[in-house]
Design a protein around this ligand. Structure first.
Ligand SMILES: NC(=O)C1=CN([C@@H]2O[C@H](COP(=O)(O)OP(=O)(O)OC[C@H]3O[C@@H](n4cnc5c(N)ncnc54)[C@H](O)[C@@H]3O)[C@@H](O)[C@H]2O)C=CC1
Ligand SMILES: O=C([O-])CC(=O)C(=O)O
Length: 328
């Protein structure tokens, strides 16, 4: 059998960890012929709960699960890992915005960024913990040993949410909707660019002609879906977040079909779409199939979309300013 892929998951005893780990261990993420070694990284006080999760992982009898270790520090937890999925951090409660968490959660990503220096030379790091764009920025700044393009933050849940809403509206299967990219921050300013999307190969705006819905209900539903889930469930989304994290990593590992793209927050090189250099900004990306990717160039943006993208960019610049002391 092949060498195991080593994956660290922080917050392993949390809600998202409880959904995510089983789907990685089952072979769903890296395929049935690739063994996986899991490093469950938790705070010392949650290590016991992580042990319980590890016992359940064993009890599933997954033939792809090569081993599990539990770590109460990122320094040992990230040693030799090929993927670091940074989930562990506090979730928001009702009435909060995600960036209200920045002061509490930001420092976690300083220590974790530094610890990524111990990872394997091909490590890729995905930040899920909120506010995820700015946390990814903090981790990346604190780990100059790893190229910036190996860091990303997850906006795949937002893309999936947007596609689900549009599929319902158009009465089609969600798989018919392509190229619905999320731009900017994983926050209530995010921009689901419906103008470039297609349904069954046709322009989405030719199929859903109700522009007031697209600019109104559709936009706000996607932007505020996380809050609506907290309102309904009393806790933030977990299974859907884990599922979208699986999609995020799979998208990076699979060559993106010709003419298509997916959403991920990645560092801007400053040359495209007036996004300042270095910001972790969600954009349409295409994977080369080996984890590396390219930002899609040359997309036409209407003045309406440019205005919306400007708002989310300004919010990310403000977040960057708030954490400037954490950026090495
Ligand atoms: N990017 C996205 O689309 C989404 C992001 N999230 C975010 O993911 C994060 C986790 O959410 P849940 O699993 O629901 O929270 P949770 O509270 O159920 O679990 C968080 C876990 O992280 C652990 N943790 C905290 N600090 C840690 C550290 N320094 N190192 C290792 N582990 C640590 C805690 O002990 C806890 O077990 C939250 O910040 C949440 O807002 C949630 C949904 C979607
Ligand atoms: O809304 C939250 O706080 C959790 C999250 O990021 C989401 O569900 O998109």
């Amino acid at each position: 059998m092949a060498q195991p892929v080593r994956v660290a998951v922080t917050g392993a005893a949390g809600q998202i960890g409880y959904s995510l780990l089983f789907r990685i261990a089952s072979g769903e993420l890296f395929g049935p012929d690739t063994p996986v070694h899991l490093n469950l990284v938790e705070l010392p006080q949650a290590a016991k709960a992580a042990e319980g999760t590890a016992m359940e992982l064993d009890d599933c009898g997954f033939s792809t699960l090569a081993g599990i270790d539990i770590h109460d520090s990122p320094e040992s937890g990230f040693e030799g890992v090929n993927w670091a999925l940074l989930v562990g951090s506090k979730p928001r409660g009702p009435g909060m915005e995600r960036n209200d968490l920045i002061k509490e959660n930001g420092p976690i990503f300083v220590a974790q960024g530094k610890a990524l220096a111990k990872a394997a030379s091909d490590v890729r790091c995905v930040v899920v913990g909120n506010p995820c764009n700015t946390n990814a920025l903090i981790a990346q700044h604190n780990c100059r040993e790893v190229p910036a393009t190996r860091f990303s933050a997850m906006t795949m849940l937002d893309e999936n949410r947007a596609k689900a809403q549009l599929a319902k509206k158009a009465g089609v299967n969600v798989g018919e909707i392509k190229n619905l990219a999320i731009w900017g921050n994983h926050s209530s300013t995010m921009v689901p660019n419906f103008e470039a999307a297609t349904i069954g190969g046709k322009s989405l705006t030719d199929v859903i002609t109700d522009r007031a819905y697209l600019e109104g209900d559709f936009f706000t539903t996607v932007q505020k879906r996380g809050a609506a889930i907290i309102q309904a469930r009393g806790k933030s989304s977990a299974a859907s977040a884990a599922s979208s994290c699986i999609d995020h990593v799979k998208n990076f590992l699979t060559k993106t079909p010709e003419g298509e793209y997916f959403s991920a927050a990645v560092p801007s090189d400053g040359s495209l779409y007036d996004i300042p250099q270095g910001l972790m900004f969600s954009v349409p990306v295409r994977s080369n199939g080996d984890g590396s990717y390219e930002i899609v160039k040359g997309l036409e943006l209407s003045d309406y979309m440019k205005g919306r993208i400007g708002q989310t960019r300004d919010e990310l610049l403000k977040e960057r300013d708030v954490v400037k002391d954490l950026l090495a």
